[in-house]
Design a protein around this ligand. Structure first.
Ligand code: DLL
Length: 431
């Protein structure tokens, strides 16, 4: 099933023509309305009128997260604020968040793109769709809500809550047939269903659309087995739109990119040179229809590759592989983006140098935990136990405030971390 068969299965030549036309419109729009792009194009000697092929796109400069942080909140918006009908913000813990804005048209397009994902994931107007993602500045909840309403299914806006039993009660009582959540939340629900000795047949679930964090094929199998559903992967990011950028069809062989709205490129994050299909690199997106917050060649930091060949579902949109990691050291903890540089910053403020440390991510029940293992030798003059404990408490409070969730500090013997130096900085025990 396709939500928009005409578009989703259009011949590649027609699609490329459409992309070029929309790219030219977008370039003109950003050149005229966004000072950042006017300056960026002029200093790179780019005449937007001369960008006439998809190859030409590669001459344009990249846009980075730092550019968006600098223009916070509204400097990258390409329309007057009176035309903006919705504002979301990324969960960033880089210091400053970013804000993104949508016009009414953007919201209409967005709803259609999410409707496509839902349809590709198996959902129709007969389904009861439980949306267990945050309804907040985070794009997830509202985007799926609008998309599911658009295809006429019955939407259950359960949102993301700590009360898993209630989620399951809703699922049973309202006869939920499709669950939309993060994969880790789905696993928590699946485990709770087992613990509550509810047989999957007592539920009505058929489909799961999971997104917003990296997950593996084995996690898919686990969730599918425990809940007896077909689970598909959806990818997106607030900067580009939110969910709606790409999603799997029932073949589960990669995520179709909504190429009539976005151009995808894969680059080598070091050389910044384009890579071919099959080669893993950083995903870069250019928006083609966005009015409020258009972006040109945005470096996502997400690592993946393009898959070659057509898909047997009939969609002609290119597929990307699941996201395997990051080109920077961003971590997703409870869905919040956390950068080690933020931890450096806090440690730096409390001492003269950054002591040796490792970040240990774990999981307790349904929540991720974050612990900083810190070498005592790096603390310097602290000798008395009392001082050490005081330091630890101050550090815990400062780190928790900076990251926005409880952080535990574990002080370890001198040289402990030094011996771990060749290993990764982040030890992820959630997997
Ligand atoms: O996570 C928006 C979203 C919500 C997308 C729901 C899809 C569904 P951000 O908070 O901006 O927005 O985080 C985006 O999350 O750059 C990836 O690193 C990661 N991510 C999102 N989807 C996937 C996925 C939303 N399917 C960041 N697989 C992105 C792996 C994902 N990583």
């Amino acid at each position: 099933m396709m939500y928009n068969r005409k578009i989703e299965s259009m011949p590649r030549e027609d699609l490329e023509q459409l992309q070029i036309e929309r790219l030219q419109m977008t370039l003109n729009r950003v050149y005229r309305n966004v000072a950042f792009y006017k300056n960026a194009f002029e200093s790179a000697g780019i005449d937007v009128e001369k960008i006439r092929t998809l190859e030409d796109l590669r001459e344009l400069p990249f846009t980075t997260k730092e550019d968006l942080i600098k223009s916070y909140p509204y400097d990258m918006f390409a329309v007057p604020l009176r035309d903006i009908v919705r504002i979301h913000s990324s969960s960033g813990t880089t210091g400053k968040p970013i804000a993104v804005g949508y016009t009414l048209n953007d919201i209409r397009n967005w709803s259609e793109l999410v409707a496509r994902l839902l349809t590709a994931g198996g959902i129709t107007n007969q389904d009861f769709v439980q949306i267990s993602l945050n309804y907040s500045l985070f794009t997830g909840g509202l985007a799926y809500h609008y998309g599911a309403e658009k295809i006429g299914s019955s939407v259950i806006p359960a949102s993301l809550t700590g009360d898993i039993e209630r989620q399951i009660m809703i699922m049973k009582d309202f006869k939920t047939t499709a669950l939309v959540s993060t994969p880790s939340y789905a696993l928590t629900i699946a485990n709770a269903v087992e613990e509550m000795k509810i047989h999957p047949e007592e539920l009505f679930l058929k489909y799961g659309l999971f997104s917003a964090e990296p997950w593996s094929e084995s996690l898919r199998e686990k969730i599918e087995g425990k809940l007896r559903i077909v689970a598909t992967d959806n990818y997106g990011l607030s900067e580009i739109m939110g969910p709606g950028v790409s999603g799997e069809c029932q073949e589960k062989k990669g995520l179709h990119v909504n190429e009539d709205h976005f151009i995808i490129e894969v680059i080598d994050p070091k050389t910044l040179q384009p890579l071919r299909a099959g080669e893993e690199g950083e995903l870069v997106f250019t928006t083609l229809t966005k009015e409020g917050f258009p972006l040109i060649r945005y470096r996502t930091g997400d690592m993946s590759s393009l898959l070659e060949g057509p898909c047997s579902c009939g969609r002609t949109f290119v597929r990307m592989d699941r996201v395997t990691g990051r080109s920077d050291d961003m971590m997703l903890v409870n869905g919040v983006k956390v950068y080690p540089s933020k931890i450096d910053e806090v440690l730096m403020k409390l001492g003269d140098t950054v002591p040796r440390y490792r970040i240990v991510l774990g999981r307790e029940g349904e929540t991720d935990t974050i612990e900083i293992m810190l070498e005592i030798s790096g603390i310097g003059i602290l000798d008395e136990m009392k001082n050490i404990l005081h330091y630890r408490e101050r550090l815990q409070a400062a780190l928790s405030a900076a990251i926005g969730m409880p952080v535990k500090v574990l002080l370890v013997e001198p040289e402990t971390i030094k011996r771990m130096e060749s290993g990764p900085r982040v030890i992820d025990r959630r997997k």
